[in-house]
Design a protein around this ligand. Structure first.
Ligand code: SF4
Ligand code: SF4
Length: 164
């Protein structure tokens, strides 16, 4: 049986999810959540697990990574619960514990490598050329010095280590 862990709730609170205590479990968030319709993730349940500090259950499941951060739930929540901040807090704690959902890891790795969350490839280059655009957009992708500076910042804040 899952064991409530007030210490983990405190950790969530310190990372921006303190307001989750205001949730009174009405379920309005789950009813409007696009991810809750398509996946095992259920917003109301996640908020309750955060209140109880169910660390192992939250960190060892992929559910918390299914939120798209669309904010529909927050617009509708009658209690003003910072739902997305709570989800992000749990994800940040998960990453610090060495757990990151594969799709997010791929996106973060692209950012570290290319300065963009989506890497450019030959298909995209061909599409751009067809539209009369430069094959490589005038961003970090086309500016080695700017990309090097960007990588220094990423390294300074330790983001590259988190993604590894
Ligand atoms: S809508 Fe707000 S109060 Fe209702 S269950 Fe969701 S987070 Fe809790
Ligand atoms: S922000 Fe996340 S939890 Fe809220 S409705 Fe969108 S996908 Fe669901």
């Amino acid at each position: 049986m899952a064991t409530p862990n007030p210490e983990f709730y405190k950790e969530i609170a310190e990372n921006g999810g303190a307001g989750v205590t205001m949730c009174f479990q009405c379920g309005t968030c789950t009813a409007g959540c696009p991810s809750s319709k398509e996946t095992a993730y259920k917003t109301r349940k996640a908020m309750r697990m955060a209140q109880l500090g169910l660390k192992d259950e939250l960190l060892n499941s992929d559910d918390i990574w299914q939120c798209t951060t669309c904010y529909t739930c927050e617009e509708r929540c009658p209690r003003g619960v910072p739902i997305v901040d709570t989800v992000v807090a749990i994800r940040n704690i998960a990453v610090k514990n060495g757990k990151m959902y594969d799709a997010h890891k791929k996106t973060a790795t692209n950012l570290v490598k290319y300065g963009h969350t989506v890497a450019i490839n030959d298909d995209v280059k061909a599409q751009r050329a067809k539209l009369g655009l430069p094959e490589v957009p005038p961003t970090l992708l086309a500016d080695d010095a700017a990309l090097a500076d960007f990588k220094k910042i990423i390294s300074k804040v330790g983001f590259d280590k988190l993604v590894e």
